[in-house]
Design a protein around this ligand. Structure first.
Ligand code: SF4
Length: 189
C-alpha cells in the first residue's frame, strides 16, 4: 500500500491499467477531506465528472450536496470517491474487469483515510464493496459492520432523480447516517 496521499493521487492519475484510460478526459481520483471519517463511494465518473475531474458534479452531485446539507454535512467534510476512476463510455456500467483492475486505488484510499463509515452510492458500488448478494431496493439504509468499519448502501442520486418518489426514502437513509455519526461520536468540524 502507498502511504502518502499525494503519491497515491499522482500514480492513480497516470494509471493506464484498463481500457477506460483510452477514452477518458480526466482521472477522477476523488474529492473532500482526507482526514474525514466518512467515505462515500459511487460507481464511476459521468460526463461532467470526466470534464471537470471531480466526482458528483452534475445534477446528481447537486442532489447529493442537498442531502448532505440536510444533515449538516458538506462535501468538504467527507471524502467522495468512485469504484472506477475513469468514465465508462456513454455512461455504461463499469465492467467487472474494469472494477477489479481499478478497485485497488480505492482500497489504498480506504487504507489511508481509515473511515469509520462508508456509504455506497447505488447498486454497483454496494455490490462491489458491501455484499455481492445485496438488494439495493430492500437493503438501502441498513448498516453492516465489516472489519471494524460501518457500511451503508443507499440509492445513487441519479436513480432518485429518475424517480423522485424515492426522495423520502433517500432522506431517511441520510437521517440514519446522521444517527450513526452521532452514535459513533464522529466530530464534524
Ligand atoms: S479506470 Fe481505474 S484502472 Fe482503469 S485506467 Fe482509470 S484509474 Fe486505471
Amino acid at each position: 500500500m502507498i502511504t502518502n496521499w499525494k503519491e497515491l493521487e499522482f500514480r492513480c492519475k497516470n494509471c493506464t491499467k484498463c481500457g477506460l484510460a483510452k477514452t477518458r478526459t480526466s482521472v477522477v481520483f476523488g474529492y473532500g477531506d482526507v482526514s474525514s471519517k466518512i467515505l462515500f463511494v459511487g460507481e464511476g465518473p459521468g460526463f461532467h465528472e470526466d470534464v471537470q475531474g471531480k466526482p458528483f458534479v452534475g445534477r446528481s452531485g447537486k442532489l447529493l450536496d442537498a442531502m448532505l446539507e440536510e444533515i449538516n454535512l458538506t462535501r468538504e467534510k467527507v471524502y467522495i470517491a468512485n469504484i472506477v476512476k475513469c468514465r465508462p463510455p456513454e455512461n455504461r456500467d463499469p465492467l467487472p474487469e474494469e472494477q477489479e483492475l481499478c478497485i485497488n486505488w480505492l482500497r489504498n484510499q480506504f487504507y489511508i483515510i481509515k473511515p469509520k463509515i462508508v456509504v455506497a452510492l447505488g447498486r454497483i458500488a454496494a455490490l462491489k464493496i458491501i455484499d455481492p448478494d445485496l438488494k439495493i431496493t430492500k437493503d438501502h439504509g441498513k448498516f453492516l459492520m465489516k472489519k471494524g468499519t460501518w457500511f451503508m448502501p443507499t440509492l445513487h442520486p441519479a436513480a432518485v432523480l429518475r424517480n423522485m418518489s424515492k426522495k423520502a426514502e433517500y432522506q431517511e437513509d441520510f437521517k440514519k447516517l446522521n444517527s450513526k455519526i452521532e452514535e459513533l461520536g464522529i466530530d464534524i468540524l
